[in-house]
Structures are given as structure tokens and as C-alpha cells.
Unconditional design. Sequence first.
Lengths: 647, 250, 250
Amino acid sequence: MSGSLLSTDVLVIGGGLAGERCAIEAAAAGHNVLILSLVPPRRSHSCAAQGGMQASLGNCVKADGDNPTLHFLDTVRGSDWGADQEVARIFAEEAQIAVRELAHFGVPWTRVRGGKNSYFIKGERVEIEESIENDGLIMHRDFGGTAKWRACYAAAGTGHAVLYAVDSEVVRLGVEVRDRTEAVELIHDGSRCWGAVARCLRTGEHYPILAKATVIATGGYGRIYGQFTTNATINEGMGAAIALNTGVVPLGNMEAVQFHPTGLIPSGILLTEGCRGDGGYLLNRDLHRFMVELEPHKQELASRDVVSRHMAQQMRDGKGVETPYGPHLWLDIRHLGEEHVTTKLREVFDITRDFVGLHPAHDLIPVRPTQHYSMGGVRVNKDGEAYNLAGLYAAGEAACWDMHGFNRLGGNSLAETIVAGRIVGRTVAAHAEGFSLDAKTGLAFGATRHAESRAEDWLGRSGDGPSVYELRDAMATTMMDKVGIFRTGEELQEGVDELRTLLGECDRAVLRSKAPGMNPELTFALRLKNMMRLALVTTEGALARTESRGAHYRTDYPLRNDAEWLNRTLVRWSVDAPEPNYSYEPVGLIDLPPGHRGYGSDERIELTMSVEEYNADVDEKQREHGKLETVDPIGTRIQWGAWEQAV
Amino acid sequence: MTAKTTQAGRRLRFEIFRYNPEDPESTPHMQTFELDETPYMSIFIALNEIREKQDPSLQFDFACRAAICGSCGMMVNGRPSLGCRTLTSDLPDVIKLHPLPVFKLIGDLSVDTGTWFREMVEKTEGWIHAQEAFDPDAQETRMDDDTAAAIYENDRCIECGCCVASCGAANVNEDFLGPAGLNRVARFAMDPRDERSDADWFEVVSNQDGVFGCIGLMACHDICPKELPLLEVYGYLRRKALSSAMSKRG
Amino acid sequence: MNTISPTTTAKRQLTYEVISGGSGLFLALFMWGHMVLVGSILTGERGFNWLATMLEDYYIAQPTVAAILLLFVVHAVLASRKIPAQLRERRKMLELSKGLNRSGREKVPSASQFSPFHPHTESLLWIWQVRTGMIILVLGSFHIILLGMDVLTELFGTRVGIEAVTTMERVQAGLWLPYAILLVCVEFHASIGLYRLATKWGAGAMLSRTAIHHIERVLLWFFLGLGVVVLLVLAGVIPPPLAFLLGGGS
Ligand SMILES: Cc1cc2nc3c(=O)[nH]c(=O)nc-3n(C[C@H](O)[C@H](O)[C@H](O)COP(=O)(O)OP(=O)(O)OC[C@H]3O[C@@H](n4cnc5c(N)ncnc54)[C@H](O)[C@@H]3O)c2cc1C
Ligand code: HEM
Ligand code: HEM
Ligand code: SF4
Ligand code: F3S
Ligand code: FES
């Protein structure tokens, strides 16, 4: 039941910000571009970002003196030195252009109001006089982990406004988008990627798409944590999975997963940090404010990971409120008063009103720590080209480009999608020429048949195996309990064991419905094993990494260990291979030497060699791990030592 | 009171429209499911529960489940609503679910809003029309913050299609731009970066498929889950049409 | 004529829209004035006759009848453009409007204070506007022609023109029924029409929709009440309540 073959110059898998921005660049260069997306592009999860997008324009008083170097510094520190510093530098430089270009595309950025302004800073009202000279320039707001106010924003809907503006450009350029279409397998010959097999989510039909360049921009994979995530239901990581399935393309740093303390129960919707910033409390089942004893100093305002860890412990100790959706704790902002709650925390008010029917000025809000962002993904070089497989690219949250290392800063990911989209789009435009696709038809139909046979296999099963949803829930519980906010070797090992069992169960699972068409159960079943594979490499990566870095926190190895672990986990795992294969490459060239992040603990195990020694063979080692040739040689974009004037 | 942890343990009855066009044996009909209500249950939670435990072939769309992506518009007891933000506790014991009208049916509760909205954007040319190319080295063009805020207000539409489905006029005139389409026109018409003239807009707006297709039913305004000021949009467009026609005469 | 410039079409559409709304507005204003004039009966037959004679003698009544008849026809023609031609479409609108109107009427004890389920009535009111419009078309035409004959001929009574005696005679003879129906229809149709007109052209920018709705309601009940009293007097059920002003009845 396969459809006819399509071919295009550039195939972009994913209609979120990263994918669409990349498509625009390639289409503007005159290429034929096709975008695939699970949902209409504007429904991609990029639309959920509210907070802002980092770019060091330095337009308001609190941003005065900001520049790309400061942005670079914050990003590298934020990453706990796990980032590729050249990429972080490129990013910081181009984020400014990205934001301004978006203004050109029509984003209604909030603007500087010259004259007296009144802001809320750490719960206090502050009057600040903005210069008249800057009136009408793009305004900034404050985000965690940055030296200046840097996040550009469009009221409370930055991601939405940016995604709509970018998609408008896509429509203007007449780029074809196939929504409700899923890429289920890459077409490749082991050294070059030639497109992907698509599955139509209207009809269930498979068909091959041949392309000279293929871009994976499928976003994060938070859904391996089931409903314990702030991510959309479509963030199931299929882009990363189909890359992993090739067996040649490595995924990077899958164990680097960010959590947020206050996801709303039962749906996991994010409640902003502003709740605690403005003075909210966390309470357990006994309505006891546990953070006061546990962190006498910073209380609820300790860093995200610390707060999340204490919350998880409370729930483990049976101090959580039990519900059919699992345990939760309470967020209490009642004492802030009706006026504050409905104005300054309006989004929180709206969310609690709409999703739990509560009034935050009168009721407690049910929350729990929740998976939030995937730092890991398809490992690519600085041009965005995947390791080992020419013609395959990745951008956005799906990629491990790697400017986030082990912890991404708020506002940096929206900026990444646009900056990376531009860069990858440019590379793709330059590379998607001079190939003939004619000879690849056999390869394409082979891959399509393979994909179809997986669906047939599911439809052919009978008996009384477990349901796919049961297995998904089991995976989610394992991930949340064993590979959550704080990790120990013992639990990670349990997690690995459980996941391996579940992976075996996948082959026993049966469908309850054989309905023709897209069949929602089949659609999910086809993803299930892929998700489990991602979950397993995440867990094993975390088990192997015997240190704590950024969001990866091992209670049994609480220190960052630059002597042994200043590297990036790479994992390859072909669909047919029994075991994943792990290896470690240097993080990249180091400009800013590893040091104290400026927050959190200052204790760590120092690098044993000099930075120069570390840098000496970075390029060579990365090539050994599969890095492909870049347009400019490694290191050309680093501004060596520029940070010295800034610190 | 501290918090509501449970609600009255009700048994809910869902009457759901079923039809799978891909299945030659399927005919449109209503199917009933029963479910125990749990705390904070939304239509999103309920439908997933039904699909996972009772009928895995049930089709519906959710993505963000946070009222921001616009995927989950459906008729809940006769009213177009976002399933993800509709709590069962606000509904009677019997809950009737239908797909949104106007849009092409994909199956059961799932409709093709994506194609409709893409065509709407193409028809209204819903992008900034500017002569000058982007200059990466230049500072951003200034804009008054009030103007930015006003544009944002109309930019907030999440293309859920609830307004279109609720509009009697849109239900009978498929060429009508519809509430969301008119809103999109207004969003670009008020944007100083867009260089289209009043005369250009006049042609888009001043006809039965444009703002005069609206007969003032006001359902759109009442239903829009994002509470967009849609009635103000039509007033703005009508007055703009009038003034541009008058100014050309003068 | 095979090419029509889009601008011409847009302009013509605008003209139609303005005339259709404007005629409605004028008719509504006329109806208020009309109510005050016919209301002169409240002061007794003398007052009524005096006013009628005055309007006729100064040749105000005759052209008014012609003008109103014209406006009436123009409005009916232009406004009916918006009524869906097909029965299927009208049925669809009715079903939708009913659903929106029912939604949220059921009492749900667990509903939160924020429940979005509020009945929406304006869509259904539009359908009633169409229905009343149809009735007005029939009864109104009859009435205008009747009065036209009154004003212009000697057909009824002893003199050319409107006269209290003939008026009351025919009302008592049975015309009270069509008049009562016409009265209710006109007041309803006009008040909801004005409310719609105001929101459509963006009065919402100055007055909130609730405020407009309230004004509309007050006008509706005031003129409806007045009309009923007038009709009762015409039908001889009650004596003219304001007769004392002119010092007595007939
Ligand atoms: C609640 C929340 C708030 C956030 N707030 C901020 C913030 O304030 N600032 C910030 O910088 N970042 C924020 N982030 C992070 C940021 O929004 C995301 O990292 C970013 O938008 C990801 O964009 P993307 O283009 O990579 O992916 P997405 O926007 O997720 O797009 C993925 C696309 O891929 C498609 N797709 C997926 N799989 C397939 C497949 N197999 N075949 C075909 N198509 C496929 C999907 O349909 C979709 O179109 C937030 C994230 C969340 C969850
Ligand atoms: C004295 C008689 C009448 C008065 C005072 C009157 C008044 C009005 C008013 C004020 C409006 C609102 C106009 C607008 O929103 O654009 C309106 C609309 C309408 N009228 Fe009348 N009308 C009268 C007779 C009729 C008749 C005879 C019909 C016959 C069918 C009719 C059908 C309509 C319709 C269908 C509308 C809605 C048009 C739209 O929404 O655009 N009316 N009327
Ligand atoms: C054209 C000019 C009109 C004139 C001169 C006129 C005059 C009159 C007169 C004299 C009466 C008293 C009853 C009678 O003599 O039969 C009357 C009553 C009435 N007319 Fe008219 N009329 C006019 C137009 C209209 C229109 C257009 C409508 C509505 C569509 C209308 C609706 C009514 C109603 C409802 C009554 C009953 C009075 C009441 O109960 O208040 N008239 N009119
Ligand atoms: S205007 Fe409102 S109801 Fe209509 S599509 Fe936009 S958000 Fe949905
Ligand atoms: S419901 Fe429809 S008719 Fe107009 S006021 Fe809204 S667009
Ligand atoms: S699922 Fe996104 S709006 Fe409901």
C-alpha cells in the first residue's frame, strides 16, 4: 500500500521554528523545499514558549553594555562547560541578527518605552528611567543565569508570535508543507542520506521522499517521560530516533535532560518560575513548607535543580498528595493576593483557571517537578551536518549542535532554533546541488517496504500481549523515578533493567484496534519502540557518566569532574544491533577555561591538563568520531580571549 | 478552604460522533462511552482515557494540551471549545462531542483546520509586504510599544477554528474569510511595517466574502478561547473600508 | 461588459452594505417617531385627529408614506441577501444557533466560577430577526398600503386622511390582531437590529457590548410597552390615559 515516490532538493523534517527557518533560507536560495510535520506547522511546540528569546541587543537600562561576549560567557557557564564553545560564540553573535530579522518578518516584539517605567524585580517594584534615545527599540526582560536583561519578548507569547511570523514567510515563499505526515525512516546508503520515508497520518499510507539534503528539526523528546513533561504530546523524539536507527549517526549527550520544579498536575503544563520569584511557597501533603528547613538560606528560590530534587524527595517520602495521576505537592501563592495574582502573574492565573478550575488567590495549586528540555539530540558539526552521514542535517532542540552542553539557559533555545535554522539553511543551500536522485529509487523503495513491514507486523500480531499504552506508562514511570532529577548508580541500573525488559515486551505487545486509515493506536505503536530506545540510551548514558554536570546530577558523584568527564557522550545503535555503542568525544575547543559557574557549588575536580593540551587534538578526535568537513575549519569563529575583558 | 482534591465521584457519559472516511464500512453515528470522573479531568484526559482503555480507534487531535497550539477544537455540547482546556467538572453528566463543522473531516473528532488556515493565509497574503530587504547590519526599525501591543493583541489568534465553526455565516458561505481571517487582515492592516495601501485592503475586505460576509452574529466573539476582541476587528475593518472609499472620492 | 474592476465591485458592495444598514437604521428611527405620532391617541381622538390633519395639510404625511414604502422595500431586498438561499443551509444555522444558545444552560453543581459555558443568544436572535422580518414584510406592506389609501383617497371614512374614528373602528373590527403581531415583531426586529448595527460598525470601541445590549433592551421594552398601551386605546379596551391634557375625551 505504498504511494508514489516524491523528490525534492531539500527535505525538512519538522515544521517548528528550526525547520521552518531553515526551509526559508533554502527556498530563498532557489531550492525546491518540502517540509513534513506531524501537525500544521503553527501547532508545533515552538508556539508554547512564552518567556523570551535571548539576544544581547542591550537596549534597556538593565541591559546596558550587553554584547555577544557576555552572552557567550553566560551560555558556556550555563552549560557547565559541556557546550562547544565555538558554537556558543557563533550563536551569541548571530542571535542579534536573528531577532532583528524576526522583527522584519513581523514579530510584534515588545518595545522600550522611553521615560519612567516601573518594573517588578525580585518581588519589588522598581522605577527605572529608560532613555528616550532608545524608545521603540526591542525591549528585554530578565531570565535566570544571565548577567544582563537579555531576553527579547513579545508580551506573553514569544514562541507563538515568532512561529507565526516565520510560518508566514514560509507561505509567502510558497514552500510546500505536508502536515499530518511523519518521517518514519531515513533513506541512506551508510555514508549519505537521500531523504526519508513518510507516513501519511490521514490515510496511513507510506511513501518515499528522495532529497539531496535532509534536515531533522523534530524538536525535543520529553514524552519519553510520559505525561511528566512540559512538552507537547507530539514531542516523542522521532527525529532523533530515526537518526539513531541508521546505526551510523550518533546522538549526543542524551543523558542531559532539564527539569522544571513546577509543572501543573495532571497535565504537566509549565507554571513560570515567577510564582516563586514573587514569593510563592511549596507545601507538602501536611501543608508544611519544607523548603525552609531543607534550604534555610534560599528556600523556594534555590536553583531549579535543587528545588526539584527536594520536591522529588518529599514525594518519595510519602509526603505527596496522592491522585490517580500520581503524587504531587502544592504551590501556594494565595498570600500574594488577588490583585497581584491576576495582574503580575496573569498567565499563572489563566492556566490554573483553565486547567484545574482553581483560583490561585484562594486555592492551592497542584504541582510536581517535570521534564522540560532535551539538551541531547542528533550530533552535528558547527554547520549542522550530522556525524558520519553526509547530506543529513539537524537543527533546533532535535540537534546536539551543542551550545547548551548539560544545561540550557532559558531563552537560549528559541534563539538557537532561528540561528541554527539560518546557518543550516545556508549550508544546505550550498550543498544541495549536483546530485542525481534517479539512481536512488531502489534504495527508496527498499526503505519504504521496510517501514511498511513494521506496520504489517503490528497489524498481524494477535494474542493477549500488553497494550502499547501500558508499556508507555511503565516507561514513563521508570524514567521519572529512576532517571529524574537526581540520579544514583543503583537506581539508574534498575532503570536500565526495567527498560530492557520493556523493550522486549514491545515485541509482544498487541494492538486492540486494526482500524484502517491512520489508526491512532498503530501510529503510536510504531513510535513506541523508538521511544524506548531513546529512553534506554538516556539512562545508560546517565549511568555511565559518573559525575554531576549541569542538569545531570548524581548523588553518588556530586562533583563536576573535568579531569575525566569534560566530554560529550555519543551513542550509535542500529535497529538491528542488539547493543548500543557508546563513545566519548571532546566537547570542542575551549576558549573560556572550566571554572566556577557563578552559582551553585564551587567544588569540582579540575582538568588535569592545560587548555592548550586539551585543544590540541580536539579536531582530530572529533573527526575520528565521525565529524564531517565543515565550511570553515574548526576554531575560525572563536574570538580567542575576548572574554577576558568581560570578566 | 485549602484545595479541592476530589470532585463528586460522577460517572460521565460521553456521546461521541464516529466516522472513519478511510473505512468503507464506517457510517456516521454516535457512540456512547462511560467514564468515572477524576479530579481536574479535562476532555483531553477523558478522550485519552477512552482511547487507551475502551476504543483505541478513536481519532482526535491534541498537541500542546495547554490551550496554545489550537489543535483540539471540537463541539462540546454544541459549543466549539478547546478540548484540552475544557474541564468535565464544568459539564453536565452527559457530554456530547462532535467534530467542528466547516472544516473537512479527517475522522471522528479530528478535522483539517491546517489546510483551511494555510489557504486563508494565502488568500489574505498574511505576511508583511515590505519592499526593502532585511539588512543584517542595521539596528531594528523602531516601533512604538503601544502599536506593538495592539498588533500582538490580534496576533494572539491560535488558529483553532472555534470562531469559524461557531459562525453561522461561515457555516453557509465557504468563501467567507471568517472571523479568524478578518482578524488576520486587521493584524496586518494595522502593522506599520506592512506597506499595503488602504486601497489594497479595500478590495480584500469590502465584499460578501470579506467583512460584509459577517452578519453580526457575535458567536465568534463569545466563543474565542483566546478572548480576541473580534467585534472590534470588524468595526475597524468596516470603518476602514468606509473611510478609504470616501477618501478616494474626495 | 466582461471585465469588472475589483474596486468597482468592492465599492458597490460597500454601497449595498451601507444602504442595507442605513435603511434599517432609518426605519427603526421612523418607527419610534411613528410610535409617538400614533401615541397621540393617548390624549384622545382630538389630539390624534389634529396631528393627522396637520401632517396631511402640510403635505408631510403623503411623501412620508411613499418614502417609507420605498425604504421598506429597499431594506427588505438588501437585507434578504444575507439570508441563506438553501433550506439545508438555513437548517444548519438554526441547529448551530440552538446549540450555542443551549450550551451552559444546564445546571452543573461542580462547575467552577470560571466555566466558559455561557449560553450565547445573539445567533438565535438573528434567526428571529429574519423570521420577524418576513412577518413585517407581509403585515407591514399591508399596513402601509392601507394607510397609503387613507392618506391619499376617500376610500374609508368621510374625508381624505387618517381619522381616529376609522382607525379605532377597524382596529376594533379585528385589525388589532395583525397590529399586535406587527408591533411585537417590529420592536423586536428593530431593537436587535440596532444593537447589531452598532456592534458591527464598532461602537464597541466607545461603549461596551453589554452597555449597548442594555440600551437596546430598555428601548425594546419602552416602545413595546408604549405600543401595547396605544393598541389597547385604539381597540377601546382602555380610555386614553392622557386625555386630561386636552381636557377630555371625544
Ligand atoms: C512549555 C515550554 C516553554 C518554553 N519556553 C521557552 C522560552 O521561553 N524561551 C526559549 O528559548 N525556549 C523555550 N522553550 C524551549 C523551546 O520552545 C523549544 O526548544 C523550541 O521551540 C524547539 O523548536 P524546534 O523547532 O526545535 O522544535 P518544535 O517546535 O518542537 O518542532 C518540531 C516539529 O517537528 C515535527 N515533527 C516531529 N517529529 C516528526 C516526524 N517524525 N516527522 C515529521 N515531522 C515531525 C513536529 O510536527 C513539529 O513541527 C520552552 C519549551 C517548553 C516546553
Ligand atoms: C419597519 C421595518 C424594519 C425595520 C425598522 C428594520 C430594521 C432593521 C435594522 C436596524 C437592521 C440592522 C441592519 C444591519 O445590521 O445592517 C435590520 C436588519 C435586517 N432586517 Fe430589517 N427592518 C425592517 C424591516 C425588515 C423587513 C421587511 C425585512 C424582510 C425580510 C427585514 C430583514 C432584515 C434582515 C434579514 C436583517 C439582517 C441583515 C444583516 O444582518 O445584515 N427587515 N433591520
Ligand atoms: C408609511 C407610513 C406609516 C403611516 C402613515 C402609519 C400610520 C399608522 C396609523 C395611523 C396607525 C393607527 C392604526 C391605523 O390607522 O390603522 C398605525 C399603527 C401601526 N403601525 Fe403604522 N404607519 C406607517 C408605517 C408603518 C410601518 C412601516 C410599520 C412597521 C412595519 C408600522 C407599524 C404599525 C403598527 C405595529 C401599528 C399598531 C400601533 C401600535 O400598537 O402601536 N407602521 N400606523
Ligand atoms: S480568533 Fe479565536 S477562536 Fe478564532 S481561530 Fe483565533 S483563537 Fe481560535
Ligand atoms: S459569528 Fe460570524 S457573522 Fe460575524 S460577528 Fe462573528 S463573524
Ligand atoms: S491541544 Fe493545543 S490547544 Fe488544545
